[in-house]
Design a protein around this ligand. Structure first.
Ligand code: 5GP
Length: 125
């Protein structure tokens, strides 16, 4: 099986500049911006600029440079938004994948949520 990337997904369009975003940070391999429908006082999406569908796709096929850049950028955002676990009250970093994960946008993204107590990780069915 191979990962299939849809170039028309909304985050691909954001990366091409076709749709505006509220950028938090941009690096050579990574873009971070505010979620359009925030679920918490802090709700940032961190995405690689490369064509990756899910976390597993990114983790298995991205270059070490892309992975390092993405991870470090996510950490820097936690610091900048004052939710990091040393200077702030913490946060949740999650990524939905595929049908069971209820992923809506098929471009890998990490949600960083904070600014309030976030409740349990998953609801019982
Ligand atoms: P998923 O369910 O795929 O993990 O999350 C997709 C997220 O993308 C949702 O939280 C949704 O609010 C956000 N989103 C969808 N379209 C846009 C958009 O055009 N701009 C921004 N900033 N966020 C979006």
């Amino acid at each position: 099986m191979a990962y299939v990337y849809d170039d028309q997904n909304i985050f691909a369009r954001i990366l091409r500049g076709e749709i505006p975003n509220k950028t938090v940070r941009e690096t050579p391999h990574t873009l971070a911006f505010h979620d359009i429908h925030p679920q918490a006082p802090v709700h940032v999406l961190v995405i690689p600029k490369g064509r990756y569908v899910t976390f597993d796709h990114f983790a298995l096929e991205a270059s070490p440079e892309e992975i390092a850049d993405f991870t470090r950028t996510a950490g820097e955002i936690c610091r900048e938004l004052e939710i990091a676990s040393d200077i702030g009250q913490g946060y949740r970093a999650i990524s939905n994948a595929g049908a069971h994960g209820l992923q809506e946008v098929p471009h890998y993204h990490m949600h960083i949520l904070g600014g309030r107590v976030l409740g349990r990780l998953v609801e019982k069915p």
